[in-house]
Design a binder for this molecule. Structure first.
Ligand code: 2BA
Length: 109
């Protein structure tokens, strides 16, 4: 068995979970925050048998889209009288960052 952990854009999470449920997969969503942009994203956990992993990865791929975001870099150290004009940097985020983990035991009581 595997635990698939997908970090996705919050706007894609509902559609992805609905699609997973319709395809017969169970999923858990938690609200998370990216360490770089410090913006909200969603992390979805799916526990499933090994043979289902390719299908789940395909569903994630089909439902999560890449987005362009802009970040303002930290201002440099300034001398008195100097002026800093921030120029945002383009960053491509997602569609999804996915980890597939081995599950040693699963219990449902
Ligand atoms: P964030 O950490 O907020 O990163 C958002 C996007 O910023 C990243 O998109 C990447 O394009 C860029 N980025 C991140 N760290 C960077 C750095 N040190 N220098 C330059 N650009 C950087 P994605 O790679 O698609 O990542 C989207 C989100 O997935 C991340 O949000 C984070 O929450 C998660 N993530 C990605 N890789 C991860 C990893 N190896 N471990 C844990 N979480 C990860």
């Amino acid at each position: 068995m595997k635990l698939i952990m997908g970090i996705v854009n919050s706007d894609d999470a509902d559609r992805l979970v609905n699609t997973l449920n319709k395809a017969g997969y169970r999923a858990t969503t938690i609200s998370t925050t990216g360490g770089f942009l410090r913006q909200g994203n969603a992390t979805i956990f799916i526990g499933t048998d090994d043979e289902n992993v390719p299908q789940v990865l395909q569903l994630i791929k089909d439902n999560c889209h890449t987005r362009t975001q802009y970040v303002n870099p930290l201002p440099p150290v300034m001398e008195p009288g100097e002026m800093y004009i921030p120029s945002p940097v383009e960053v491509q985020v997602g569609g999804a960052n996915v980890f597939v983990l081995e599950v040693t035991e699963f219990a449902r009581f």
